[in-house]
Design a protein around this ligand. Structure first.
Ligand code: GDP
Ligand code: IMO
Ligand code: MG
Length: 430
């Protein structure tokens, strides 16, 4: 039996949703283990588009169990809205197919406000967050003052917990000249939706143990990408959770030995939303063309994604950091029309050659990418499902990427559609 973790190997939006949806055909359980509704995962099934933020991508499949783990920060209103929207698209969501960890921490309205206040005052120094309150919610979690799903069970307990967390937030708000946050209205609003959330809540660690005993296949669905990891990413331009594969264990309540295979999702070029260093960024017509063909607009905030060449140095690094066993290469078709295609193979920093992204932010902004150039194939690969039907030049590019990054490419995605995927090795069968 194999349990698989799917994570993004770049700055997010690599196409994790599509690959998780595609793989979930073979899984019994799909678990989100970190992040929140900063994630935006797009699935296209028979031409119908589903946009998911908090719900695991397995939710659209019949007879699968979807779990929101303890490592996820849950905005309860955003979750209820997402459930409503996906139900309107004909997807079933009920207590049999959705479980929310009772230990998951809540994102509350003052978290979102704090995120916005900070971004607004930061000016040029802003992170470019999704303004969903992700950072402030994780801060309260490690600050041990967070409200968790289970706290919605009792009014007196909720009252105490809110008193405690607002004591902290209101001191900061006063310092910033903002209105203090009123407890009673928030408590009333939370108690009103509490039954809707609590009916899905269970001890997830116990369920996972049961699933393991029954030999169920588990797919862990990462959000964001390794370069947005709070420890290993381009700090401080990162999100506030660990996005690496190891977080799947802590973020759901199982041991690291539950994870048998780490699948890294990698775009055939690079994109980034928000601020921060991006060595291979293309601020020219090629960058524009990639964005247009790849439809690179954020699912969550509709921001235009910054686009650039494939950065082999970065992906080679994230493969090592996260223990990636195999790569699912996505969006190959976006490169179809280009005359030439480039891959970054090392950097130059202060006149010296380096083979990895340095940890200091100021150096990350300074590195100059050095490229290897490949001829474009200039023919369509859209919808190709057989490796032998890919143009030779496209196969050469894929082999060169594989060779450079040092991990096997196990699948290639050639359109947003679920079935337009070339399978070379099935992670669940390995
Ligand atoms: P995620 O956050 O990693 O799940 O990725 P997003 O859903 O935010 O962004 C990926 C986008 O690329 C979505 O619009 C997908 O429908 C689309 N997509 C995924 N795979 C492919 C592919 O192979 N080719 C093309 N053209 N689009 C793809
Ligand atoms: P998926 O799962 C791309 C980025 C934001 C910002 C930084 C911090 O769809 O790949 P946050 O709101 O998390 O505090 O913002 O992280 N970011 C993402 N970029 N894809 C995502 O998720 C992202 N989630 C957060 O743009 O730069
Ligand atoms: Mg996304």
């Amino acid at each position: 039996m194999k349990n698989v973790v799917v994570i993004g190997s770049q700055w997010g939006d690599e196409g994790k949703g599509k690959i998780v949806d595609w793989l979930s055909d073979q899984a019994d359980v799909v678990i989100r283990f970190q992040g929140g509704h900063n994630a935006g995962h797009t699935l296209v099934i028979d031409g119908k588009v589903y946009k998911l933020r908090l719900l695991p991508s397995g939710i659209v499949r019949k007879n699968k169990i979807s779990i929101i783990g303890n490592g996820v920060v849950v905005d309860p209103w955003a979750l209820l809205e997402e459930i409503k929207n996906i139900r309107e698209q004909g997807v079933e969501v009920n207590q049999d197919n959705l479980i929310i960890s009772e230990s998951a921490n809540l994102i509350l309205p003052f978290h979102k406000e704090m995120d916005e206040i900070r971004e607004d005052v930061a000016g040029k120094g802003k992170i470019g967050t999704t303004r969903r309150g992700i950072g402030p919610a994780y801060e309260d979690k490690v600050g041990r003052r967070s409200i968790r799903v289970m706290d919605l069970r009792s009014e007196s307990n909720l009252d105490k917990r809110l008193e405690n967390v607002l004591f902290h937030h209101n001191a900061i708000r006063k310092g910033l000249g903002k209105k203090t946050f009123e407890k009673n209205k928030l408590k009333k609003d939370l108690l009103m939706i509490a039954p809707e959330i609590l009916k899905f809540s269970q001890p997830v660690w116990l369920k996972i143990d049961e699933f393991k005993k029954k030999n169920k296949k588990i797919l862990f669905e990462g959000a964001q990408g390794i370069l947005l990891d709070v420890d290993h990413g381009t700090y401080p331009y990162v999100t506030s959770s660990n996005t690496v594969a190891a977080a799947a264990a802590t973020g759901s309540g199982c041991g690291p030995n539950t994870i048998n295979y780490v699948l890294g999702i990698t775009k055939a070029y690079t994109t980034r939303v928000g601020e921060g260093p991006f060595p291979t960024e293309l601020a020219d017509n090629t960058g524009e063309a990639l964005g247009k063909r790849g439809k690179e607009f954020g699912t969550v905030t509709s921001r235009k994604r910054r686009c650039g060449w494939f950065d082999g140095v970065l992906v080679r690094q994230t493969i090592k950091i996260s223990g990636i066993n195999g790569i699912a290469l996505t969006k190959l078709d976006v490169l179809d029309k280009l005359d030439e295609i480039k891959m970054c193979i090392h950097y130059e920093l202060n006149g010296k050659k380096i083979d990895y992204l340095p940890a200091a932010s100021e150096d990350q902004f300074k590195v100059k990418p050095i490229y290897k150039t490949f001829p474009g194939w200039k023919t369509t690969t859209k919808g190709v499902r057989d490796i032998n039907k890919l143009p030779k030049k496209a196969r050469n590019y894929i082999l060169a990427v594989e060779d450079f990054i040092g991990a096997k490419i196990v699948s290639i995605s050639t359109s947003p559609e679920r079935e337009d995927t070339i399978l070379l090795e099935n992670p669940f069968d390995l």
